[in-house]
Design a protein around this ligand. Sequence first.
Ligand code: ZN
Length: 224
Amino acid sequence: MDRLWTASAWTNRLAGDLLDLLFPPRAEEGPLREHLPPFCVRCCAPGFLLCPRCQETPPSFLWARAPYRYSGAVKRAVLQLKYGKQIDRIPWLAELLEIGFRTYAATFPWDALIPIPLHPVRERSRGFNQAEEIARLLGKRQGIPVQKALLRVRPTPPQAALPRDERSINLEGAFRPQRNFDLVGKNLLLVDDVITTGATVRECAARLSESGAGLVCVLAVARS
Ligand SMILES: [Zn+2]
């Protein structure tokens, strides 16, 4: 057991060193880059007041927000957590998420935080779902229950690897609501670490709305 742990600690250490090489800390970037307007009022895509995608197909969520851009220190921490399994990054990312919560979401009467699910196979290989971990810390601090109300029933390649028009097709049928949660009329805040294209949160919000949810919004640490 000890040997196993040591081996895995070494693997993590190596992954961490590799990440340092790939994403060296850049002092000139500053530790954090805030995601400031102008951004789309619905999906917070940078550079728009209402982006073409939301004009064409309004999302099922009222708004999606992230307090930081996915770059610099935030990107490093997310990659260290997801691919280097450096779980000591969770509290800091949860703190950043809470800054976003206080900025955008504190005045809403949330019934639950809903983490964006990973496919069970990916969650097993990673050992955790980063969205669920940061949602749990936020929920504890804000007194809001965390409900794993969505399931990822189909593994999908990473969205960023696909052309834009294939992203939503790729996600069709990838998520479904858990049967044991009554979502009717509930105010739900979806939580993720990073919003990349917005396709995943759109798909998840659509499933929650179909289940009768009242208000659905999205909060992430960072936006690409
Ligand atoms: Zn938009």
